[in-house]
Design a protein around this ligand. Structure first.
Ligand SMILES: Cc1cc2nc3c(=O)[nH]c(=O)nc-3n(C[C@H](O)[C@H](O)[C@H](O)COP(=O)(O)OP(=O)(O)OC[C@H]3O[C@@H](n4cnc5c(N)ncnc54)[C@H](O)[C@@H]3O)c2cc1C
Length: 591
């Protein structure tokens, strides 16, 4: 049974990053207080534990079902979605001006962790609505907003992202779905694949955001426009009209997230699907990026969430499974007594906590980047948040797979059979490093755009700030000192490696792109390492005022991270500095 890690989330939220003094002034308009945040988290935990978690394993076992008329979600999903909407969860992080509650991104990240951990396949669909609402808000006419936004915001209608086509995955420039002008709207013709919740029975209408090419538009990404294509057309008074000319022709059978329907969508088999252009023609990708940025942070949180779920299962198993002997203890011992099992558990726990602080840090920068009053400070926070997004998405999802795999290992053979539930997080999380841009695409974005655009200025500013903070940390005890020293080494390594990478990039970009994933992983490790050192220092200081076991455990985890995980940063740096040519110069025919 999943238990929301509330104590840990409160630590990150209030003690580490987003104290009331830091977040309160940014969110004065919604009357943000620490107490309000705690109440929300407690309610969310209750919802995750009592509504979503109980239908998680059944959803995995039975999956979504396709019929010619509709796609049927597994037992309990419709009721859960209704409860979700009635409780107002859909509105939590949507800005107030769009009708949402406008809660901080930092708080939303903790909320999303619980939702994804308790039932990733359920929350995947609902989490898309927020990005859809923001993309519509940024691009639609007032009339379109009035017609479509309110119900999307409340969750009465759900949203989708329709990008992928059989021949256009990572390369959206290849997409072929056609849009033909027809009076005040367009008619769309084409096929989209892999569309999450493209069809389902949870909401009365589905608002598809579809990328398509208007007849005569330029080739490549410059000729892509964004369209709003409702499943049911909407009358001027907001009531539902005729069924639009689109349908789900099949759903995929896949490795995980079985309850999330992954749909092949066919648009315009008859008279053409009616779609409304959002924003100017050929500007579709920039608006879709609004949706994708929010989604990429969320996907990073999926890596974290499934890791937390795997940790809880593995810890419980390791305390109750009896095998082997250890000197001085009655045999057989619980396997947690074996050093290697403790190593695996600490590896899982420390990486999970590191992901949590990394996600939270990016979210806090996003809060500052949209809310700070001072323009220069706001812009630099936004640049930092944008730099962090591919790192959070790429590193947390890759690490999530490692952690959930360790979870199976802790269970031994019982991890490989489905009964224990240890395999589900591993299967579910595997997609996270593929959709919303693969890790390769994230690392391209990090190197080409985020570093290339400002020649590393935002990264070097981040590194400078982290080193200054590490230098100033009050760390006296052995664990906090170990965390600080290892983090200082990792961040200094990141600084030097960034310089080497930029040099490579200016001489021959292919070299830099040959090591961009190891570089992205180095970023994730080093930045999270610095945040873990901060956590160790905060925990150490808090210990002076008493402890319920939380701070001691935090120090144990931070020390393990410093001594057994962060040294990986040195190996990655070596790969980045010395390994590029082995890829760039390797002829494809010899690979
Ligand atoms: C369960 C599921 C749900 C999905 N949900 C949605 C959805 O809701 N909406 C939607 O539009 N799509 C969705 N997708 C599609 C998903 O976003 C794509 O699968 C993903 O972007 C990768 O595209 P692709 O599968 O065509 O792989 P490809 O683009 O063919 O990539 C194959 C490999 O080549 C690498 N590669 C490709 N191009 C480059 C490059 N330029 N540089 C370096 N490496 C490269 C990739 O990293 C990858 O390793 C979903 C997919 C799945 C499986």
């Amino acid at each position: 049974m999943y238990q929301a890690p509330l104590r840990e989330q409160r630590f990150v939220l209030h003690e580490l990053l987003g104290s009331e003094a830091a977040l309160g002034p940014l969110y004065e308009d919604i009357g943000y207080t620490a107490e309000l945040a705690d109440n929300i988290l407690e309610e969310a935990a209750r919802f995750a534990q009592t509504v979503l978690d109980p239908i998680n394993a059944g959803g995995d076992r039975h999956g979504a079902r396709w019929t010619p008329e509709r796609v049927i979600t597994p037992k309990g999903f419709r009721e859960a979605y209704q409860a979700y909407v009635e409780a107002g969860w859909a509105q939590l992080a949507i800005p107030q001006e769009l009708g949402g509650q406008g809660m901080p991104q930092l708080l939303n990240t903790a909320f999303e962790e619980m939702m994804f951990a308790s039932n990733m396949a359920f929350f995947l669909g609902t989490s898309l609505a927020r990005g859809a609402a923001e993309a519509i808000a940024a691009s639609a006419t007032e009339e379109q907003k009035a017609l479509f936004l309110p119900k999307l915001v409340t969750g009465e209608w759900m949203g989708t992202m329709n990008l992928t086509e059989p021949q256009a995955g990572s390369d959206l420039g290849l997409l072929r779905t056609r849009a033909v002008p027809d009076g005040d709207h367009y008619r769309l013709y084409g096929q989209k694949i892999f569309i999450t919740y493209g069809e389902h029975d949870l909401s009365e209408n589905i608002i598809h955001l579809v990328l398509a090419r208007i007849d005569g538009a330029p080739e490549g990404t410059k000729g892509i426009s964004l369209f709003l294509v409702p499943k049911f057309l909407v009358n001027a008074d907001g009531s539902l009209g005729a069924r639009n000319d689109l349908r789900c022709i099949s759903i995929e059978h896949k490795m995980g997230i079985h309850a999330s329907p992954t749909c092949v969508m066919s648009f315009g088999e008859k008279e053409g699907a009616i779609g409304y252009l959002l924003g100017p023609p050929n500007a579709g990708l920039s608006f879709m990026f609004i949706m994708m940025n929010a989604a990429r942070l969320s996907v990073g949180a999926q890596g974290l969430a499934q890791s937390e779920r795997a940790c809880q299962l593995a810890r419980e198993w390791a305390r109750t499974r009896l095998q082997g002997r250890v000197e001085g203890k009655p045999a057989p011992v619980p396997i947690i007594e074996h050093p290697d099992v403790r190593r695996m558990l600490l590896g899982m726990k420390s990486r999970t906590e590191a992901m949590r602080v990394l996600c939270a840090y990016a979210a806090m920068e996003l809060d500052k980047g949209t809310r700070l009053a001072d323009e220069a400070a706001r812009k630099s926070a936004l640049a930092r948040a944008e730099l962090m997004i591919p790192i959070v998405k790429g590193w947390c999802t890759e690490t999530g797979f490692e952690v959930t795999s360790l979870g199976v290992q802790v269970h031994g053979g019982m991890g490989y059979v489905e009964e224990t539930g240890a395999a589900q997080p591993l299967r579910d999380v595997r997609i996270a490093s593929i959709y919303e841009g693969t890790t390769g695409i994230q690392s391209n974005d990090l190197v080409n755009r985020k570093l290339g655009r400002d020649r590393g200025a935002a990264m070097q500013a981040l590194v400078r700030d982290l080193l200054a903070e590490l230098n100033a940390l009050r760390a006296l005890g052995p664990e906090a000192k170990a965390a600080r020293n290892a983090a200082t080494e990792a961040v200094t390594t990141l600084r030097d490696t960034t310089e080497a990478l930029l040099q490579m990039y200016s001489e021959r970009p292919q070299l830099a792109l040959s090591v961009s994933v190891p570089y992205l992983k180095l970023c994730g490790l080093a930045i999270s390492g610095a945040l873990m050192a901060r956590a160790a220092s905060v925990a150490e200081a808090a210990l002076a005022n008493g402890d319920d076991g939380f701070y001691r455990a935090k120090l144990v985890t931070c020390r393990f991270y410093a001594e057994q995980v962060l040294p990986e940063a040195l190996g990655l740096a070596r790969i980045v500095k010395g390994g590029a040519a082995s890829v760039a110069d390797a002829p494809s025919e010899l690979v």
